[in-house]
Design a protein around this ligand. Structure first.
Ligand code: ADP
Ligand code: ASP
Ligand code: MG
Length: 428
């Protein structure tokens, strides 16, 4: 008997009829002789709607209360799903993240899982029941407060539970047939990728391909747990996220060559802050980034200009999640007099476009081709960063779509026939 963990995203449970459809799918897996644990997200755009509601009562809601509010979305869907399964004559039990033993640190809004103690889930399985767990939430170890894992975090709940229960596979059900060479909502000619390595998928997720939560891929890699991303609206085989394929030198008969580029990802959720007129002295950059770290802000790209000889001052620009913009600006203003910089600029009309592929390690010219494609599409590059298997650029937000399409075409990723189907979801 296999232990299957299935996760259904918000677009798979938008209303009563889709909850009933998902219930049938779960029961079929159970009837096939598997132990089944299901992780479920909030219905449709519930999380966004709850966030909007919170904004209406407070511009900066306390993290503890916001987490309490947001986790209610998943509790609605877990209970309804358990009822729908019971209606099909099977026993199901729903559990909150806390009841399922998802223990986290106490960073509200982006808590990290530090332990999973799924005793009650194990008990339910031993009793022949289907366990339904509310995604994206846990309980903090020290204060016993309810926490959330960050947007898209239900994927991580699913992988963490699969790892803790020694599951055979973690199936992520969503509104597209798998992982594509670009977001099918932008590139109609995107191709489905049959298998992708943890490494490449981590870069895709880190660069905004929200089909999988970044931490879920990190987690799966650590436990070598295969993830199968597929659609809850079709029976098609999806994409397998697995350990890297052996290279030709590793063993005989392995695949001959990796594709140079696996895909193009984009992210519209970042903003750019420029610290203008920073005195060009030792320790200034350290002070700025120490302040940001103290405010728990994750910085992505950084650019420091050459200082103007006349003034001995320089500008430092960096990108960060747009949602952390206010916190970052407030923290920096507090050190303005001490550092002596002139002013702060904030720009949230930016987007990041990234090219990802393990093959670029051994192929020169990828950067040149990428930049030429952007130039031909009339897209101006504002910032650049690279890793061994990724090149990212910051562009104007309204140029993201054309930049993604141009890069996709330039690297011959367009499919001859359109195969990408978007079954549901608002893309929000
Ligand atoms: P769920 O609600 O099921 O968690 P998400 O909206 O979080 O679904 O993720 C699925 C969406 O991810 C797709 O509808 C698609 O628009 C988007 N996406 C972005 N990049 C990719 C990609 N490379 N392959 C597939 N989907 C992608
Ligand atoms: N409902 C949460 C969100 O919208 C978590 C998830 O769906 O993974 O971000
Ligand atoms: Mg998601």
């Amino acid at each position: 008997m296999a232990l299957v963990v299935q996760k259904y995203g918000g677009s798979s449970v938008v209303d009563a009829s889709s909850i009933k459809r998902v219930a049938q799918r779960i029961v079929a897996t159970k009837k096939a002789g598997n132990d089944v644990v299901v992780v479920v997200s909030a219905m449709g755009d519930t999380t966004d709607e709850l966030l909007d509601l919170a904004q209406q009562v407070s511009p900066l809601p306390p993290g503890r209360e916001l987490d309490m509010l947001l986790t209610s979305g998943e509790r609605i869907s877990m209970a309804l799903l358990a009822m729908a399964i019971a209606n099909l004559g099977h026993e199901a039990r729903s559990f909150t993240g806390s009841q399922a033993g998802v223990i986290t640190d106490s960073t509200h809004g982006k808590a990290r899982i530090i332990d999973v103690t799924p005793g009650r889930i194990r008990e339910a399985l031993d009793g022949g029941q289907i366990a339904i767990v509310a995604g994206f939430q846990g309980v903090s170890q020290d204060k016993k407060d309810i926490t959330t894992l960050g947007r898209g975090g239900s994927d991580t709940t699913a992988v963490a539970l699969a790892a803790a229960l020694d599951g055979d596979v973690c199936e992520i059900y969503t509104d597209v047939d798998g992982i594509f060479t670009a977001d099918p909502r932008i590139v109609r000619a995107a191709r489905q990728i049959p298998r992708i390595s943890y490494e490449e998928m981590m870069e895709m997720a880190a660069c905004g391909a929200k089909v999988l939560h970044l931490r879920c891929v990190e987690y799966a890699r650590r436990f070598d747990l295969p993830i199968h991303v597929r659609s809850s609206f079709s029976q098609r085989e999806g994409t397998w996220v697995v350990a890297a394929r052996p290279t030709p030198s590793d063993s005989e008969g392995s695949e001959m060559e990796q594709p140079i580029i696996s895909g193009v990802a984009h992210d519209r959720s970042e903003a750019k802050i420029t610290v203008v007129g920073v005195p060009d002295k030792v320790g200034e950059a350290a002070a700025i980034f120490k302040t940001l770290a103290g405010a728990e802000i994750n910085i992505d790209m950084i650019v420091q200009n050459v200082s103007a000889a006349a003034t001995g001052r320089t500008d430092i620009s960096f990108t960060l999640p747009a949602t952390d913009g206010t916190t970052a600006l407030t923290a920096l203003k507090k050190i303005q007099d001490r550092i002596g910089f002139e002013s702060l600029l904030f720009d949230d009309q930016i987007g990041k476009v990234s090219l990802i592929g393990a093959g670029m390690r051994s192929h020169p010219g990828v950067t040149a081709k990428f930049f030429a494609a952007l130039a031909d599409a009339g897209v101006n590059i504002e910032m650049i960063s690279t890793s061994e298997i990724r090149i990212s650029v910051i562009v104007g937000q309204d140029e993201v779509d054309s930049a993604v399409s141009a890069a996709h075409r330039a690297f011959d990723l367009d499919a001859d026939q359109v195969e990408a189907v978007v079954y549901g979801g608002s893309g929000r």
